[in-house]
Write a protein that binds this ligand. Structure first.
Ligand code: IMP
Length: 427
């Protein structure tokens, strides 16, 4: 099967960008199919740093087709800014295709996102305030505006004016805040449409034809499984499906078209935003992981919460995605710890459990049960072969494989493209 799906198998920020960039080098088509510019991928190539939010990471290669498919929510302002930054870094952005079905994010979505967060008080989700949830709400409610419609001026005006009137009522009456001028949004978005129309098409055709021709297709995940609207730690989730099933609807392909399903996991665990996190460390070890791993959000710069590797959680995410392998990221961050812990069960109200609870209150009461392994001191950032890793690092990987029942196919030992140990070629 010529397709590889890259999935975040924790709470997002697992380092998908780097693996996607690596695999994109071998693919012909790269597809982003859910979320929006709430995502943040950092890719480092030859000491140059690139930050991606909405664009597929394949744009760094000249000969790839980069697709933003139907499941994405699309912020034209964010898209144009991202293109501009990449162009100023010398990147050719001409080979991007955006599906005409993507739902468009408008200023009222962003404003409602922020106002709703404020209204939640101490129940905040910790959203990126990019308007993702409110835009998906409109989509599900069947009142959203799709990009194809935005290109049809007359239809767009009618749909937009109706929407702005409705949203202004909500913003003014429910949130006691100031609404928007519909003419102004219309004119701004018509300008965006002029700049964007060259990229817009039916991307499902491109993906189908590529798969039928046996071309290599990379499905690039954003966020992570535990942020899935159904399978994640609801309500502390995003509004899309960053799980393997999400690619089927988000890119218009059948499940039998998904080949390798690679789960990206950090060698430890992090989370941004609120919600329970059983292995979270509130001590110097957690601080040390944060500093060594530079665990600050790419999109918001928020410090990430850090903790040990949670095997119970990854076993769950492996099952719901049907993972076929793991890429273990940031292993170098764990160098220098005398002992390293893996959570292999939870203690919940005096009972030992081995599954990841669906109920958040239950999850909040779970205390991790750890296995302790010896650490290693060596700097591993220049190691290229698995066999050359220190024995204890290999023991750590072996234990993760054994516990999950899945092969660790790649190991990342630093942020650069070259700092990747590939144990099995995927394409
Ligand atoms: P939203 O996606 O902006 O609605 O935010 C919902 C939740 O998902 C918040 O906890 C965010 O911090 C989290 N989130 C959204 N995108 C990402 C991501 O790319 N990485 C990690 N967390 C994310």
């Amino acid at each position: 099967m010529p397709s590889v799906v890259v999935i975040g198998a924790q709470w997002g920020d697992e380092g998908k960008g780097k693996i996607i960039d690596y695999l994109a080098g071998q693919a012909k088509v790269v597809v982003r199919s859910q979320g929006g510019n709430n995502a943040g991928h950092t890719v480092i190539v030859e000491d140059k740093k690139y930050a991606f939010h909405l664009l597929p990471s394949g744009v760094l290669y000249k000969d790839k087709v980069n697709i933003i498919s139907n499941g994405v929510v699309f912020d034209p302002e964010g898209f144009l800014k991202e293109i501009e930054i990449l162009q100023s870094q010398g990147v050719d952005t001409s080979n991007i295709k955006i599906d005409e079905r993507v739902h468009v994010i408008f200023p009222y979505h962003k404003k409602i996102d922020a106002l709703e967060e404020e209204a939640r008080g101490d129940q905040q989700i910790g959203t990126t305030k990019k308007g993702i949830g409110p835009c998906y709400m409109d989509k599900i409610e069947r009142s959203g505006i799709r990009l194809g419609e935005m290109l049809d001026k007359e239809l767009f005006k009618e749909r937009l004016f109706y929407q702005v009137d409705r949203k202004n009522k909500i913003i003014e009456k429910i949130y006691d805040s100031q609404g928007f001028d519909k003419e102004e949004i219309f004119n701004t978005y018509c300008d965006y449409a002029e700049k964007i129309k060259q990229y817009v098409t039916d991307t499902t055709v491109i993906v189908h034809e590529a798969l039928e021709a046996g071309d290599k297709v990379l499905f690039e995940g954003a966020q992570g499984t535990l942020l899935d609207i159904d399978l994640g730690t609801y309500p502390y989730v995003t509004s899309s499906h960053p799980t393997s099933g999400g690619f089927c609807v988000g890119a218009g392909v059948g499940p039998n078209r998904l080949g390798e399903i690679l789960g990206i996991v950090k060698a430890y665990t992090t989370r941004v935003g609120h919600g329970p996190f059983p292995t979270e460390l509130f001590n110097e070890t957690g601080d040390l992981i944060r500093e060594k791993g530079n665990e600050y959000g790419t999109t918001t710069r928020r410090p990430r919460r850090c903790g040990w590797f949670d095997g119970v959680m990854v076993k769950y995410t492996a099952r719901v995605n049907g993972l076929t392998g793991i890429s273990l990221m940031l292993l170098d961050v764990l160098s220098g710890f005398e002992k390293i812990k893996i959570c292999t069960g939870y203690e919940m109200d005096g009972k030992v459990i081995h599954h990841f609870p669906a109920n958040l209150k239950t999850l909040g009461r779970c205390k991790p049960i750890y296995e302790e392994l010896d650490g290693w001191d060596e700097d591993i950032t220049n190691i290229e072969r698995y066999e050359d890793l220190p024995l204890n690092a290999r023991k750590y990987i072996d234990r993760i494989e054994d516990y999950l029942g899945l092969p660790v196919k790649m190991v990342s030992v630093g942020p650069k493209r070259s700092q990747t140990i590939v144990r099995e070629t995927l394409f």
